[in-house]
Design a protein around this ligand. Structure first.
Ligand code: PLP
Length: 399
């Protein structure tokens, strides 16, 4: 049996074919490349019964992953993340808690695959711009694989993220500019020093890692997809990946034609997809003066914009923006009432769920999945400074 069912890569816009087993960034048309598999072969090789006996990690979907050789796999223990049910008036609300992954965010999924393929194809030095979590994952997996890593982040990236990246072995620099200017530095370094650019959607394999979020969800729900998925959308890798993954699952006979409505959640201070969706546009214009506390979705321009908008439209979903106040309110409410500390981007999906219900855009009876994309512990928390004086009398009944 071949260890990989990859047949070729394909330009996501023009469909132009590319040979597998070579290093690529974007297609000749400047668009993301998608990995294609011999799905009839996968269908024969991978059965639901076979899956049952495998380790509960993303590597269980091996036949739908791109490595030629198992030795290429770079892993830090990518557990299947749990679905946590929270209170709902009707229907069902499940949070897929991606904060349990290595480096505390779902960036681990995409980067684990990208770094494994970079290793297989002989890369020695990786580089990327980051708002925090992607850089942390690249640093960790790069070090694990024995590669050099260089990371550029905007000046206002939280201290904890910069230190995490540095601690895990990357050369990390704060830059006095935004994420796209950091991206230009990577492009220049690629020319000048031969770095491999691991930026969002600028290499083909992060999508392959991110699609496993959708595989797991389907498997955990007994191969029955939910009615609605709320996804915190920055570069859109996860939304694009899951949409691709669902088609692959149908092609191998694991699910039927039913798809969830895909809802792209953005912050009111940076909502290029929402604006493009509402204006019926194919591409999204750059969002000027982007700002939000949800730094993972502070992405003013996404190279995969048309793929995000296609998935949202084909699924009969929509794009919706929530304010930072709504994000803070969901974050505080779910932590206090459910004991679940969401990250701000995860809280944005909860706020979007509430807003969609209020506005009648989803049904109260829907089964809904929210993605909590990172551990809430990676973010600054509201202060808590109550103190007790051991020398004073303590009124225990009041504590
Ligand atoms: C990267 C990131 C996102 C956005 O994910 P995409 O798939 O790139 O849209 C959302 N939240 C967090 C915490 C992230 O790190």
């Amino acid at each position: 049996m071949p260890e990989s069912f990859v047949t070729h890569l394909e330009c996501s816009e023009t469909g132009e074919r590319y040979e597998p087993d070579r290093l690529y960034n974007l297609s000749r048309a400047g668009k993301p490349l998608l990995v294609r598999y011999d799905l009839a072969g996968v269908k024969r090789a991978m059965t639901k019964e076979k899956l049952r006996g495998r380790e509960p990690t993303l590597w269980r979907y091996r036949e739908l992953l791109p490595m030629r050789r198992d030795e290429s796999i770079v892993s830090l223990g990518e557990v299947m993340t749990p679905l946590v049910r929270i209170a709902a008036k009707a229907g069902e609300v499940l949070i897929k808690d991606e904060g349990r992954l290595p480096t505390g965010s779902f960036k681990a999924r995409g980067i684990a695959l990208a770094v494994s393929m970079a290793k297989e194809l002989g890369v020695k030095h990786l580089a990327m711009p980051t708002n925090g979590n992607a850089g942390a994952a690249m640093a960790a997996y790069g070090s694990r694989a024995g590669m050099k890593t260089t990371v550029f982040c905007p000046e206002d990236t939280p201290e904890v993220n910069v230190r995490e990246i540095a601690a895990q072995g990357a050369h990390v620099y704060r830059v006095n500019g935004l994420i796209d200017q950091c991206g230009k530095l990577v492009a220049a370094g690629k020319e000048a020093a031969g770095w491999f650019d691991l930026s969002t959607l600028k290499e083909p394999y992060r999508i392959e890692g991110k699609k496993t979020m959708g595989f797991e969800l389907a498997e955990q729900l007994g191969w029955e997809l939910p009615d609605v998925i709320f996804y915190p959308t920055g570069g859109g890798t996860g939304l694009i990946g899951m949409w691709k993954g669902f088609a692959e699952l149908e092609a191998i006979g694991f699910i039927g034609p039913k798809r969830p409505r895909m809802v792209a959640v953005q912050a009111a201070g940076c909502a290029p997809m929402v604006r493009a969706f509402e204006n019926g546009e194919k591409h999204a214009a750059r969002w000027e003066n982007a700002h939000t506390i949800a730094s993972g979705i502070r992405v003013p321009a996404a190279i995969g914009d048309f793929l995000i908008l296609n998935a949202v439209r084909e699924s009969n979903g929509f794009a919706i923006a929530v304010t930072d106040e709504e994000i803070e309110s969901s974050l505080a409410g779910i932590a206090r009432n459910e004991g679940f500390l969401l990250c701000p981007e995860g809280a944005a999906t909860h706020a979007a769920y509430l807003k969609s219900l209020r506005e009648g855009r989803i049904r109260p009876s829907d089964r809904v999945v929210l993605y909590n994309c990172a551990s809430g512990l990676k973010y600054p928390l509201p202060p808590s400074d109550a103190r007790l004086d051991l020398n004073a009398k303590i009124d225990f009944a009041a504590l």
